[in-house]
Ligand binder design. Structure first.
Ligand code: XIL
Length: 341
């Protein structure tokens, strides 16, 4: 019998994992019951899953995850009310079925913008209304910053049609539908990068100054065994904490390859690589522990290496980014975290 992560860090922060509905039974479920006290849907609560057709909500998969969490006394994060990806096209089509973003007539653009914000508002009120008592932490918007774009905002359909109004609308609708008991997050990746961090900070500050109800920042933290530095990860979260916001690590995993590396270790990941991974995980968790109150949750994007999005992204290959291997056995990284001596 091995120690429990949730138990080990119970005085520091919650420990979570992302899962598919199919993982609410079987070996992954058993492992999660023992190891984590928070869950997030890997795909089941994204716009395309939950409202594939306007007015037709698909609650089954999301309900399954919420029920599993309840049965096991776990809290839930909602991921995600708004995103540029995994969102159905109908959101962005005007009354004639044309893409709103292509419209050039100013009056029609204004009408489209209103229609899109109304749809967004309805989407959010339906979902938050249903789950507000069961789900405490909400990714309201995901990946809205893109420093490579001219104005640093991702040039998504949301942005093309509404500017940054969709962000304010989303947070306000969530707060109105959910009340003060739910916590609302702006979630993004690469928040350790000073340029992206500063742009995100400026946006959040601007929103807060306008009275937009943002409670925290979600840091995806898809890192690898080489980059980025743990120091940068921590520094970024400190900045947001100074703004009075909560931080959560929302999608933690640690690839065994560097960003632009496309090699494949094949069947066996070399032991020195797994040791390096253990070292980095240890460094990260020690930093989080020693900065009390910096994060309220650390959520892994999966539970064991048998199921990870990185095994097909950016290319199909062997990956091993989590704390448990394909056989659900604890890896060196697990032991480095629970017993760092
Ligand atoms: C990923 C899922 O893990 C995959 O199963 C899916 O095919 C694509 O999305 N950032 C996010 C998550 O915010 O929603 C993504 O999840 C991973 C990157």
């Amino acid at each position: 019998d091995i120690p429990s992560l949730a138990e080990t860090f119970k005085d520091d922060f919650a420990i979570g994992a992302a899962l598919e509905p199919s993982q609410t039974s079987g070996l992954s479920a058993d492992l999660m019951k023992k190891q984590v006290n928070m869950l997030v849907a890997e795909n089941a609560m994204k716009p395309a899953s939950i409202q594939p057709v306007e007015g037709q909500f698909n609650w089954d998969q999301a309900d399954q995850i919420v029920a599993f969490a309840k049965e096991n006394g776990m809290s839930v994060r909602f991921h995600t009310l708004v995103w540029h990806s995994q969102v159905p096209d109908w959101f962005f089509q005007d009354a004639d079925g044309k893409p709103m973003a292509d419209e050039t007539d100013a009056k029609k653009r204004e009408a489209s913008k209103k229609l899109l914000l109304d749809r967004l508002d309805a989407h959010i009120r339906a979902i938050v209304g249903r789950y507000k008592d069961d789900i405490k932490y909400w990714d309201v918007v995901n990946e809205v910053i893109e420093p490579a774009d001219p104005d640093s905002m991702r040039n998504s359909n949301w942005y093309k049609i509404t500017g940054t109004d969709y962000i304010a609308t989303a947070f306000r609708a969530a707060r109105e539908a959910g009340g003060p008991g739910i916590k609302l997050y702006i979630n993004d990746y690469g928040t350790d990068d000073p340029k992206k961090r500063d742009r995100l900070y400026a946006l959040v500050k601007e929103m807060l100054d306008k009275g937009v109800p943002i409670d925290g920042v979600g840091h995806q933290t898809h890192i690898n065994i080489y980059n980025p530095s743990v120091l940068n990860v921590i520094e970024s979260m400190k900045k947001f904490k100074e703004l009075g916001l909560d931080n959560q690590i929302t999608e933690l995993d640690m690839s065994v390859y560097n960003w632009n590396d496309r090699t494949d270790f094949g069947a066996v990941v070399p032991d020195d690589i797994l040791q390096k991974q253990a070292q980095r995980y240890k460094e990260l968790f020690e930093a989080l522990k020693s900065n009390a109150g910096l994060v309220s949750a650390v959520v892994f994007w999966g539970i064991a290496d048998d199921h990870t999005w990185l095994s097909t992204f950016p290319v199909t290959r062997t990956e091993a980014p989590l704390l448990f291997d394909k056989q659900m056995h604890a890896k060196p990284a697990f032991w480095a975290i629970v017993d760092p001596s």
